[in-house]
Design a binder for this molecule. Structure first.
Ligand SMILES: NC(=O)c1ccc[n+]([C@@H]2O[C@H](COP(=O)([O-])OP(=O)(O)OC[C@H]3O[C@@H](n4cnc5c(N)ncnc54)[C@H](O)[C@@H]3O)[C@@H](O)[C@H]2O)c1
Length: 460
């Protein structure tokens, strides 16, 4: 099959490379000339594990190419995938569909023969109708079908998710379009990945419902974590006790600093707006979005409390900036709000992230960047783990303690065992674990560098 992908970002590039790997001939188009120049030079514009090799192999095999103009790719395509961004619209938070509509106009002008136009971008219900209208208006004689095929991949595990999806949702009632999509996804279908054919509107809504549900699950366990801290329970054990129930499942039950990223924040808000517009408000998602919004600054207050009630004049070392590990994506990362709140409180912030610092530099002001976790911790009054990169899971805490000004560790991802850190002399604060576990065993184990002995208030 001949495939054109319009928009070569996190979704477009991964989808294009994977389709090429299935054996299709794919052209990834992007209007950003720098992105295309880098791709043509064999350089990845984003960090995604395994992507560079996958792209290189398929370029070498002659199945994957890149272009800034869509004309040639669209003319020969059996299917054109729209994978452009759908960010929150300034003002009301509804999905900004201007990129999708523009792509539809550009595609329409080049259609040649029967073509399936596939919306892979996450778009509000009814967008397919509008894309169809735009194409029909721009190219009245074009033979085409507009279908919805939302993408469920996760950054950081995008290739595995694309190649081994839980399901592939295809929203169309046209038999000819179904046949094209079945052929495109045939390798996955043979691997038993269920192809779920639905109406276009159902497919569009399925994506938002899935994301809103996952965001709800995260927010639910975050609120349970807050309660755990108050009543002396342990959220990790509660989550395990819940997650072993097959009806619930263990995924997305990790308490932390709140969800971020390029999807959940914008998609929950867009769903809320759609539901309100159709006079069927989804109150539960409205609450989830509001609770999550407040949580990020609440995490900064947790850090301030761990520092004895004030961070003025103190240096806070932040490990992890991206919204999750194994990506360089900084969009809506909790670190952005947490760092801003710490700076508001008078702290100097130094940060380290394995892949996200370039993007962070464009979004954060007044932050110093370190070359590794130990340089980040050097002289700091507190070390805060914001993103659970593997590189932070086995730190040499003797070394960390030696270089820090005070042995204060705030672990917003619960990646360490409180007993272990206490034994090493740290004042350890985590999320949703009994506060008593956050206190050191005795003053002695804090060692000589404990220049800021915890007061009752700071340990609370
Ligand atoms: N990132 C994810 O994890 C993820 C997962 C599932 C779904 N989605 C959805 O997929 C869509 C794309 O997300 P993303 O993260 O890949 O976005 P992105 O910002 O990384 O990439 C979008 C790309 O589209 C390009 N573009 C915009 N208009 C264009 C046009 N007319 N012609 C050619 N190129 C154009 C931009 O230059 C950009 O490179 C969004 O709707 C998003 O909600 C994202």
């Amino acid at each position: 099959m001949q495939v054109a992908i319009i928009g070569s970002g996190y979704v477009g590039l991964v989808s294009g490379a994977c389709f090429a790997d299935f054996g299709h001939v794919v052209c990834c188009v992007d209007k950003d000339p720098e992105k295309i120049a880098r791709l043509r030079a064999g350089e990845m514009p984003i960090y995604e594990p395994g992507l560079a090799e996958l792209v290189a192999n398929n370029v070498r095999a002659g199945r994957l190419s890149f272009a800034t103009e869509l004309s040639d790719a669209v003319r020969r395509a059996d299917a054109v995938f729209i994978a452009v961004g759908t960010p929150s619209r300034r003002g009301d938070g509804f999905a900004d569909l201007s990129f999708v509509h523009q792509a539809a106009r550009e595609i329409a002008a080049e259609l040649d023969g029967y073509t399936v136009v596939v919306t892979k971008s996450t778009v509000p219900v009814g967008t397919g109708d509008e894309v169809e209208r735009i194409i029909a208006e721009t190219a009245p004689r074009a033979q085409f079908a507009v279908i919805s095929n939302p993408e469920f991949l996760r950054e950081g595990a995008a290739i595995a998710d694309f190649k081994r999806p839980d399901r592939i949702v295809i929203g169309t009632e046209e038999e000819r379009a179904k046949a094209v999509m079945t052929e495109i996804y045939r390798p996955l279908y043979l691997n038993q990945a269920p192809l779920l054919f639905t109406s276009r509107r159902t497919a569009e809504l399925t994506k938002y419902a899935a994301n809103a549900f996952l965001a709800t699950k995260i927010t639910f366990i975050n609120e349970i974590a807050d309660l755990c801290e108050k009543v002396g329970a342990n959220v990790q054990e509660v989550a395990r006790g819940m997650g072993l129930d097959n009806r619930i499942g263990s995924k997305f039950l990790h308490a932390g600093p709140g969800y971020g990223g390029s999807c959940f924040p914008k998609d929950t808000i867009a769903l809320i707006k759609t539901a309100q517009d159709y006079d069927a408000p989804i109150r539960i998602v409205e609450t989830v979005a509001a609770v999550n919004d407040q949580r990020k600054r609440a995490m900064a207050r947790k850090v301030i409390q761990a520092c004895g009630g004030s961070v003025r004049g103190k240096t806070i070392a932040v490990l992890g900036l991206t919204f999750k590990p194994n990506t360089d994506d900084m969009r809506e990362a909790p670190s952005l709000s947490i760092i801003a709140a710490l700076q508001d409180g008078g702290a100097t912030v130094r940060a380290y992230d394995p892949e996200g610092m370039e993007a962070a530099k464009r979004m954060l002001e007044g932050v110093a960047y370190a070359s590794d976790p130990y340089a980040c911790a050097d002289g700091a009054d507190a070390l805060v783990i914001v993103t659970e990169w593997d590189a932070f899971r086995a730190l040499d805490f003797e070394r960390v303690k030696r270089v820090m000004n005070a042995p204060v560790l705030v672990d917003l991802r619960n990646i360490y065992r409180p007993e272990l850190l206490r034994k090493l002399g740290f004042r350890y604060t985590s999320v949703g674990q009994p506060v008593s576990a956050a206190e050191p065993e005795s003053a002695e184990v804090l060692g000589p560098i404990n220049r800021t002995r915890p007061t009752a208030a700071s340990a609370a």
